[in-house]
Design a protein around this ligand. Structure first.
Ligand SMILES: O=P(O)(O)OC[C@@]1(O)O[C@H](CO)[C@@H](O)[C@@H]1O
Length: 396
């Protein structure tokens, strides 16, 4: 491949690939889990089962008639190109994203019936917030408060980074043995395959910081704690938190999830409760602003973002994107040579941009050659998808 040629887009048609495994194994596991957890009626169950059958063996079909976003999918998000073709022939990012859109259709999320607006993934998100893991993490904030400010900032950054392992989609394949995940691995710096944290801190303080959130629950809580820290200490005058306009990729955070997370903090004792109260006031007072742009659920890379979103990111002094899916969309869901400089596929992004991500899919850029060689020698290609490694990358 020449220097200038873009790397190949990832497609799910190779049965040996990670992408194929997501469609063929992770999605059936997800359907089973949701139907086990939520007492949807026979109609919704039949529709979801039919969708899964179509996804695995059939061809891409149009959304339910009258869908309010049908025009967008048709005119802007590439649906006509894939209609009538196997889901496995479409780009991985497109197929996966459309599956979540159709998932909500099957369960009446966009309909006019009683399941309208009911998040099928909410029980999983709530269980995380109410679980002992969250309780322990919140209690640890009291001891952290004794630390010097820089140590606190570093701990909160790493909390937000490693919180990214908390997506149910990823854990489904780890639990069912289909993934190569190491969900309980260590979290020390040795597991960072790229660490631009110095460059990240050097960009602060800023006026407006955009944080493009990923998962709810145990990822969103540390994201909010990081934002609270930055706002409180003047490292950002204002923060804009981008969430999804509807449930997506199982655990992705919506406005309702932000409210649940703040409520969880609010009712905690000590430092966590104080952070919850500050975040509540920041939202009420406009220093913390929520955005739920439709493009956040688009099946496309950020390089194709619409003009209004581009202007929004351009107006921020720094945009931080969380998680694996956002990384795939930021650099393009392509098989880049891992040593491709991070600055190259992100050159189009308006303004300074940073990525905080645990590695849970094949896409990777910005590795130095020694790091890549060392990873391949010890792990083959498993390091790309196991979730055991993470990165902090910055393009100022
Ligand atoms: O964006 P997140 O929550 O970090 O990860 C989402 C994820 O689980 O979904 C995709 C496969 O389903 C992978 O890109 C990734 O592992």
């Amino acid at each position: 491949m020449s220097e200038a040629a873009p790397a190949p887009v990832i497609v799910s048609d190779d049965p040996a690939s990670f992408a194929h495994g997501v469609l063929a194994e992770r999605h059936p596991a997800l359907v089973a889990r949701v139907l086990d957890t939520v007492p949807y009626g026979p109609g919704e169950r039949a529709a979801l089962t039919a969708l899964l059958d179509n996804h695995l063996k059939g061809v891409v079909e149009a959304p339910e008639p009258g869908a309010r976003d049908a025009e967008r999918w048709t005119e802007e998000w590439g649906l006509p190109e894939h209609l009538g073709r196997s889901w496995f022939a479409a780009p991985f990012l497109w197929a996966e994203s459309y599956f979540y859109r159709r998932f909500l259709d099957a369960l009446g999320y966009f309909g006019s019936g009683p399941w309208r607006g009911v998040d099928p993934f909410r029980p999983f998100k709530r269980a995380e917030l109410d679980g002992p893991g969250t309780e322990e993490e919140l209690a640890a904030l009291d001891a952290l408060a004794e630390q010097p400010r820089e140590a606190r900032a570093a701990a909160l950054l790493h909390g937000s980074l490693w919180g990214n392992r908390a997506d149910l989609g990823f854990r489904l394949s780890v639990e069912s043995g289909h993934g190569t995940g190491a969900a309980a691995g260590g979290t020390g710096d040795a597991r960072l395959v790229a660490d631009d944290s110095e460059a990240l801190w050097s960009l602060l303080p800023v006026g407006t910081l955009c944080l493009v959130a990923d998962n709810a629950g145990r990822e969103l809580v540390p994201d909010l704690l990081l934002l609270d820290h930055l706002l409180r200490h003047g490292e950002a005058e204002r923060a804009v938190l981008h969430v999804k306009p509807h449930p997506y990729y199982v655990s992705d955070a919506t406005t309702a999830d932000v409210l649940d997370a703040i409520e969880r903090l609010h009712r905690a004792p000590g430092e966590a409760g104080a952070a919850g109260r500050r975040l509540w006031s920041a939202l009420a007072g406009g220093r913390l602003v929520l955005r739920a742009h439709p493009f956040s659920c688009a099946p496309l890379p950020y390089a194709d973002m619409p003009e209004d979103l581009r202007r929004e990111f351009a107006a921020a002094d720094l945009t931080v994107l969380k998680g694996d899916l956002n990384y795939r969309r930021l650099v393009g869901d392509r098989l880049w040579p891992p040593t491709t400089p991070f600055a190259r596929p992100t050159a189009y992004f308006p303004g300074s941009v940073a990525a905080l991500r645990t590695l849970k899919s094949d896409v990777i850029t910005g590795l130095d050659p020694h790091t890549e060689t060392g990873l391949v020698e010890t792990e083959g290609q498993r390091w790309r998808t196991s979730g055991a490694h993470a990165l902090i990358q910055v393009r100022p």
